[in-house]
Design a binder for this molecule. Structure first.
Ligand SMILES: NC(=O)c1ccc[n+]([C@@H]2O[C@H](COP(=O)([O-])OP(=O)(O)OC[C@H]3O[C@@H](n4cnc5c(N)ncnc54)[C@H](O)[C@@H]3O)[C@@H](O)[C@H]2O)c1
Length: 338
């Protein structure tokens, strides 16, 4: 089995998770280089004691001859350029979602990646969450019969900084894109229509930034079945991540993972801990599992289960959802110019 040499670009919130995971958990992979435009080599060395080459120039680490794969964890606006560069340098790619904010560029990049024969994996980590994987397994095993409705509740614990929102591509492209992918993953079918409603209920600054913070989206799949997705940027009780799948022979629920599983019953009521705080703790095992999958796929040269195509399909749904809110009508996927 070939040992994989990885360079990581962008050591922010998600980059730190992937960097630590690769350093600590995968004997068949090495982190050989890292780049971030906002660290100095000294800062980086102080935090990460390991011998990892560091540069403030991503192009320098991408072109290193001993690097097999690039893990891209920079803000979305830089993904396209880095993917291009990695493909030109013959490197496999793991890229955080979404591929790019422009649908046209996303299509081009996915085509280029396919033509190159290199692997491009999208960071749809929730597919690797043990609870969601178990639900998926039970659905595929036919345990709840024919699936009729998937309900996804996906609420953040609080607004990200307004500057982040301004550059994020909006709620559908930045946040709900995970849920669009999850709906496709659970259903195992493609979406044909999107009807979304969106509001600003959390903070007026979100409207000033040209975005929404609350959305309800109905996806209609090619066979007429549904997914209903309920998003908010702020749930006062924490990170709310639940899924219910309803079928002809039953139902599957995935509830929130709580800080602990104690349930206290007293004269005032029944009391439980709050959900885990945010993506870093709620999805910790999914980040490990997705990176394990990427490294396994490279070491053994086997197909990835989440590819650029999945990134593109979720992007198309996000574009349709935005159009649906703007035009206050259901939008057919066939209307989106591919
Ligand atoms: N899968 C998930 O659960 C998940 C969670 C959070 C973020 N994300 C995605 O990950 C990406 C990064 O998000 P984040 O929250 O970690 O951002 P962040 O701002 O916390 O970190 C980004 C890092 O990249 C660095 N950087 C910026 N431009 C760069 C460039 N051109 N080259 C090299 N380094 C550069 C910044 O200095 C910063 O350290 C986004 O695309 C976001 O959508 C995914």
């Amino acid at each position: 089995m070939k040992k994989i040499n990885i360079a990581i670009i962008g050591i922010g919130r998600i980059g730190k998770i992937h960097l630590r995971n690769i350093i600590s958990h995968f004997p068949q992979a090495n982190i050989v280089a890292a780049a971030d435009t906002n660290y100095t080599a000294e800062d980086f060395k102080k935090i990460y004691k390991e011998t990892i080459f560091f540069s403030t120039d991503p192009a320098e680490v991408i072109s290193m001859p001993n690097v097999d794969a690039i893990v891209i964890c920079t803000p979305t606006s830089s993904h396209a350029q880095l993917i291009e560069k990695a493909l030109e340098s013959g490197k496999h790619i793991f890229c955080e979602k979404p591929i790019d904010l422009s649908l046209e560029r996303t299509i081009l990049l996915v085509k280029k990646a396919k033509a190159s024969g290199l692997k491009l994996m999208l960071g749809f980590n929730r597919r690797f969450d043990p609870d969601f994987m178990q639900a998926h397994k039970n659905i595929r095993a036919g345990k709840i019969g024919d699936i009729q409705v998937v309900k996804i509740t996906s609420r953040d614990p609080g607004l990200p900084p307004i500057d982040y929102i301004k550059n994020s591509g909006g709620l559908f492209m930045d946040m709900a894109i995970h849920d669009f992918d999850m709906a496709r993953y659970m259903m195992g079918k493609e979406v044909k229509e999107v009807y979304a409603n969106g509001l600003v209920l959390v903070d007026k600054k979100v409207a000033e930034a040209g975005d929404i913070d609350t959305a309800l989206t109905t996806l209609v799949f090619e066979d007429g079945t549904y997914a209903v997705i309920d998003n908010s940027r702020k749930a006062v009780y924490g990170y709310d991540q639940r899924i219910e799948v309803f079928g002809s022979n039953g139902m599957i629920q995935v509830k929130n993972n709580l800080h602990n599983s104690n349930v206290l019953f007293d004269a005032d009521g029944i009391h439980q801990a709050l959900p885990l705080d945010f993506f870093m703790d709620r999805y910790a095992s999914s980040y490990l599992n997705e990176m394990q999958h990427f490294i396994d796929a490279l070491s053994n040269d086997i197909p990835l289960s989440v590819t650029g195509d999945d990134g593109l399909k979720a992007t198309v749904i996000a574009v349709a959802a935005k159009k649906s809110v703007e035009e206050k009508r259901p939008v057919q996927i066939s209307e989106i110019n591919l």
